[in-house]
Every structure is written in C-alpha cells, then in structure tokens.
Design a protein. Structure first.
Length: 87
C-alpha cells in the first residue's frame, strides 16, 4: 500500500487505526492457525510471509496519521490503545 492511496481513501485517523487493527487481527489469526493446524510446510512458509507482510503494513500505517506517528501501530495492543485514545 502507498501512503498516498491510504490518505486519499481513509480520511480520518480512526479509519487508519481500524485498518491497522484489522491487519494485526488477521495476522494473529494466521499465526494461531499455523501453530494449531496441520499445515504442509510449503504452505506454512507462504502463510508466514503473508503474516509478516500484514504486520509490516500495519506498522507503516502510522506514517499516514495526522500528525505522523511511527510508533502508533507497532503491535495489536498498541493499535487498540491508540484507537481508544481517538474515541
């Protein structure tokens, strides 16, 4: 995702925070699925890469905030805390 695309689509900090929470939730779900399910090794590696990409994109969403805050979405609890501050 490009910052300009995100800023033009998501207009408020709350929208950006919600997207970060969804990305973190989905990556956490994939991690739990990988550890609990019988997943073939070749698919496990692909899912791990997908999870890492989602987490990286969630962390980069902090640069799209007004004002930018790189540390806003470093983890799921941090994203939820930031979102709670906006409410």
């Amino acid at each position: 995702m490009k910052n300009t695309d995100i800023k033009s689509t998501l207009t408020t900090n709350q929208d950006i925070a919600n997207l970060a929470i969804v990305l973190w939730d989905n990556s956490d779900y994939l991690i739990r699925s990988l550890t609990s399910a019988n997943v073939l090794a070749k698919y496990r590696a692909k899912l791990v890469r997908m999870t890492m990409r989602m987490q990286r994109e969630a962390m980069q969403l902090g640069e799209c905030l007004e004002p930018p805050n790189k540390d806003a979405f470093v983890s799921l609890p941090a994203a939820k805390a930031f979102s709670a501050q906006l409410n």
